[in-house]
Design a protein around this ligand. Structure first.
Ligand code: ADP
Ligand code: MG
Length: 504
């Protein structure tokens, strides 16, 4: 999608087995809850944490005779997501029923899109550090409903069910098996999450289960993946296992690593990997079988008779495309170019759209690098330590900009700027007015500094001897002068004067 930044492809993760090196092949199916206040086929609320079974419409509870009515906004969100991943949008898609029995699925089937998804091929650039990234293909995105939640730990003899989540709209975003290691898998989820948050189609709150991933892992020998890439023939790849429902980046990586080693041990032992669905147990640090694909469910997919095929118009898609915000890759490239930032700093500043907007408000009309340093180190650093988001920052962009203006004009030193920032953080106010009221003014008048230097040199003849013998010791004089002038003197000016007066 984006060639704004040139990048090198990272090396795949290699695991040394007893019989030689192995490589990993990974494909992810990410379930992202669509940001929408109402469910996919009902008007019930999607609010997280509501009283159990309080957000359940008749159709969610599968009452007889109830019919689903599609929520246009959810469709729009899926289209927006597809466009942000530079994917093909299918103007005709259709819903299917995936039949299975489970207590948290009152309908006895999930409405999904198996045969005709709304979004086709797209891609995600997965960043692995400045100048290093992998292009991962997205195979499809389809819309489907979420199930409810069974609760087994409230009573020794009974299970409970909460249907609040039943019918909430999900996007399933399916990648090609283009991911080549645990870190890349985590970086893929992070990049996808970032894009979804930029465009507002998913909150990406992994703890709430708002974004969760099924991860498919297989192993192959070096060279096999390139053969697969050249031919798209899956027989070059190993048999995969799928690990369900990962909602932590750390566990995702641990599960992949464990699973790859498990498969290597099986194959090196002369066995065969059996395609199956597994679960990761973070306490034991291992995956275990949940169900095998052989005995697998026959889901008896068939077109949902309650819903007509979904037809959308190109003009509508074009309108959505026109409303997309600037996306992370483009923003990073622009920040590097327009603000003369390193790719690393640009990536930090653009992690969230709100952070990037704040930075640009600070940097406007000012030195980009100075603004980046202050926003990243002083502001973000402090917000992070206090667990605050940019929206809760006690210092506004205008206030921080005011501090930077005083630095740039030479009115205050870096040290004073930090003190001033501290005051603005705690008490608010206009930085220039505070600096004036508190007499925070850097002395650039060399006459005054010279006088202080002369006095200190005159009062410390022994120290002068030492500094002349070893010029490194001249720093002591600078320190004394800064102290004597109450930190108001510009250190660079003092340094130069000290060296000159000592004849160094
Ligand atoms: P299913 O319908 O059984 O879930 P799919 O063909 O839809 O199978 O693939 C599901 C996921 O598995 C996709 O993300 C895909 O990239 C991944 N995948 C397919 N083959 C492999 C493989 N050999 N190794 C790792 N991942 C794979
Ligand atoms: Mg699947």
């Amino acid at each position: 999608m984006l060639d704004h930044l040139a990048f090198r492809t990272p090396d795949p993760k290699v695991i040394q087995g007893a019989t030689g090196p192995w490589e990993l092949v990974i494909g992810l199916e990410v379930h992202a809850q669509i940001a929408s206040s109402a469910k996919l086929f009902s008007g019930a609320s999607t609010l997280f944490g509501a009283e159990p079974n309080s957000n359940v419409a008749f159709v969610d509870a599968a009452m007889p005779g109830m019919l689903p009515v599609i929520n246009e906004f959810c469709v729009e969100q899926a289209v927006r997501t597809g466009l942000a991943l530079n994917a093909a949008i299918n103007l005709t898609s259709a819903f299917d029923r995936k039949n299975y029995f489970y207590p948290d699925l009152p309908q006895g089937y999930q409405i999904s899109q198996l045969y005709h998804p709304i979004v086709g091929e797209g891609e995600i650039i997965v960043d692995m550090g400045p100048g290093v990234a992998r292009r991962v293909r997205v195979e499809r995105i389809h819309i489907e409903q979420d199930a409810g939640k069974s609760i087994h730990d409230m009573d020794p003899n009974m299970s409970f069910v909460d249907l609040n989540r039943t019918g909430v709209a999900l996007m399933e975003i399916v990648s090609r098996p283009d991911i080549r290691g645990p870190e890349e898998a985590a970086a893929y989820v992070a990049k996808l999450r970032q894009i979804l948050r930029y465009i507002g189609t998913c909150d990406g709150n992994m703890q709430n289960g708002n974004l969760r991933a099924d991860v498919n892992v297989s192993i192959c020998r070096p060279g096999d993946y390139e053969r697969y890439q050249a031919s798209q023939d899956f027989s070059h790849l190993g048999t995969r296992c799928e690990i369900k429902n990962m909602n932590s980046m750390r566990f995702l990586q641990q599960a992949i690593e464990y699973e790859a080693r498990r498969q290597i041990a099986i194959v090196e032992d002369g066995g065969k990997v059996v395609q199956e669905t597994r679960l990761y147990d973070p306490d034991k640090g291992e995956t275990r079988s949940m169900r095998s694909k052989e005995e697998a469910h026959d889901y008896r997919y068939f077109p949902c008779p309650d819903l007509l095929p979904l037809e959308i118009e190109q003009a509508w898609v074009d309108d959505i495309a026109a409303s997309l915000p600037e996306l992370p890759d483009v923003k990073v490239a622009r920040f590097v170019r327009d603000w003369s930032l390193s790719e690393y700093d640009a990536a930090v500043l653009t992690a969230e759209a709100e952070n990037a907007a704040f930075f640009e408000a600070v940097a406007a009309g000012r030195d980009g690098k100075l603004a980046a340093n202050w926003v990243i180190n002083e502001l973000f650093g402090r917000l992070n330590r206090q667990g605050l988001g940019i929206g809760q920052s006690p210092v506004t962009a205008a206030q921080l900009g005011g501090v930077l203006d005083l630095i740039s004009s030479g009115e205050i030193s870096g040290k004073m700027a930090k003190d001033l920032f501290e005051i603005v953080w705690n008490d608010g106010g206009d930085p220039a007015a505070i600096a004036a009221a508190r007499g925070m003014k850097q002395v650039t008048d060399t006459g005054e500094i010279e006088k202080a230097v002369d006095e200190i040199i005159a009062a410390n003849p022994a120290q002068v001897e030492k500094a002349r013998a070893n010029p490194k010791l001249a720093g002591w004089f600078t320190g004394q002068v800064l102290k004597a002038t109450g930190g108001k003197a510009n250190p660079a000016t003092v340094n130069a004067l000290v060296a000159q007066k000592l004849g160094l």
